[in-house]
Design a protein around this ligand. Structure first.
Ligand SMILES: [Zn+2]
Length: 276
């Protein structure tokens, strides 16, 4: 996909299942499925790579399954194998922007090597996240696990923080690279942010978990895993209105079916993806 002169790729890690408690795992085989009774929702997992011509930017980093192994997992992919498909190496990535710090968005940033050391997956990248997101991830460690549901697993991120890789943002709106701007929305998590990509009059939004898939374009959609549902709903509506005015393409992180599309209004003035 192209936005102006920027090249964009969605890097699919596979299809996963989310339990009602919010944990995420590989799609299980048929036999296992019959023996467990939980309601499972299927989700995709699609970080976005942007090549501006001079800078390579990654939006969210995926789960990182198999980063610690030399044998690739046949059912899933990770950031390194996906970059390789498009001809990039891990050291080519200059900037990572994280929508938030839940592990399905951040875990791919590091892996534990055989020696037990935490290793940065992308050795040259600076990682941009909201300061209040970092603070709430750290605070969640002090709360019992069942109180925060879908999770933060910040232990490995400490290592990256100690190495000075994180840039903590305290801005509602901040241009990170010319044409690539973060917008803090909160809602899903206290420091959730979306990314606007704008070049030569073309605009796209990477929606993170504020609009994880097409279903959330429905104005009545409620994100069960949003920490502040009212705030999330309001921010979602504002984002859809702005994206519609911008004639923007939306990029979804968790879609199983349509992973991107231009936002338009239907005859009931609701927001939908343009057909085709
Ligand atoms: Zn997520």
């Amino acid at each position: 996909m192209e936005i102006g002169n920027f090249r964009l790729e969605q890097l699919s890690e596979g299809i996963f299942e989310v339990s009602s408690a919010g944990s995420i795992r590989k799609v299980m085989d048929h036999h296992e499925k019959e023996t467990q009774k939980e309601t499972l929702t299927r989700v995709g997992l699609d970080p976005v790579l942007i090549d501006t011509g001079s800078t390579r930017v990654l939006l969210d980093a995926g789960l990182g399954i198999g980063l610690d192994r030399s044998e690739p997992d046949p059912d899933t992919s990770n950031i390194v194998t996906n970059l390789d498909i498009f001809g990039y190496r891990p050291e080519d990535i200059d900037v990572v922007i994280l929508s938030h710090l839940h592990y399905d968005h951040a875990a791919g940033l590091s892996f534990t090597a055989g020696t037990g050391d935490v290793t940065a997956t992308l050795p040259n990248a600076r990682i941009y996240v909201q300061k209040r997101e970092w603070d709430s991830a750290i605070q969640s460690l002090a709360t019992p696990p069942d109180a925060h549901g879908m999770g933060y697993e910040p232990d490995d991120l400490y290592r990256l923080m100690a190495d000075g890789r994180f840039v903590l943002l305290d801005d509602e709106l901040k241009e990170i690279v010319p044409g690539i701007t973060v917008i803090r929305t909160g809602g899903h998590t206290p420091g959730h942010q979306v990314t606007r990509i704008r070049q030569n009059n073309r605009t796209a939004y990477f929606c993170g978990d504020l609009i994880p898939n097409e279903v959330y374009l429905n104005r009545f959609a409620v994100g069960k895993i949003d920490t502040d549902q009212v705030k999330a709903r309001k921010a979602r509506m504002l984002l859809m209105q702005q994206a519609w005015r911008d004639k923007a393409t939306l990029l979804f992180y968790h879609s199983v079916y349509r992973k991107a599309g231009m936002i338009v209004r239907d005859k009931n003035r609701g927001f939908v993806l343009k057909k085709g």
